[in-house]
Design a protein around this ligand. Sequence first.
Ligand code: DX5
Ligand code: ZN
Length: 222
Amino acid sequence: MIQIAPSILSADFVNLARDIDVVTRGGAHAIHVDVMDGHFVPNITIGPSVVKALKSATRLPLDVHLMIESPERFIPDFIKAGADMLSVHIEACPHIHRILHMIRNAGIKTGIALNPGTPLGSIAEVLHLVHFVLIMSVNPGFGGQPFIPDSIDKISRLANVIRARNINASISVDGGVCESNARDLVLAGAQLLVAGSAVFNHSDPADAVRRLISVTRLTDNL
Ligand code: DX5
Ligand code: ZN
């Protein structure tokens, strides 16, 4: 089953609860929360207190994407705030093994994210420790950037590795996901699609989610 996680980065920050409600009605499976520190990426967004507030505003799982340096400093706070899925960037973690265990030990879904320029080989030694790999299909920092087409091949190669090694990890994709590339991403092996601007900049965000769900329903479209 393919899942859609709208990224609130493109939502109306004055009306987050309302916007989450709208995409929930459209059938969203999770809410993607982008955390940026102004160091790892050239933008600053939100912290644990907002995650805590979101937790009380939705029953959907919160998929918290940490684009921050030294994430181990804040992981306990995000877990306490109610993150159901938590991903860290391999580029930000020299001690990735320890950090993934830290998240796993809290009993939540553990993810590792890769920038477009980061090779798949960089996560080979820890792939068996994650529940999901988040393939970035834009350089992180901002919503609304164009999708990098090479990401599709990267997802296929990752799906092959996961199959060949018989690992129980799923593939998420984040950045420039929209109705026109969603099906190819799923065919390549993505199981969770993060979409920010394609959902919240749409005149009807609930319908945008419905359409993403429908174009990724492969059996109906083959
Ligand atoms: C980018 C973020 C994304 C972003 C996606 O740094 O990690 O989650 O919100 O936005 P779109 O879908 O507009 O590329
Ligand atoms: Zn993200």
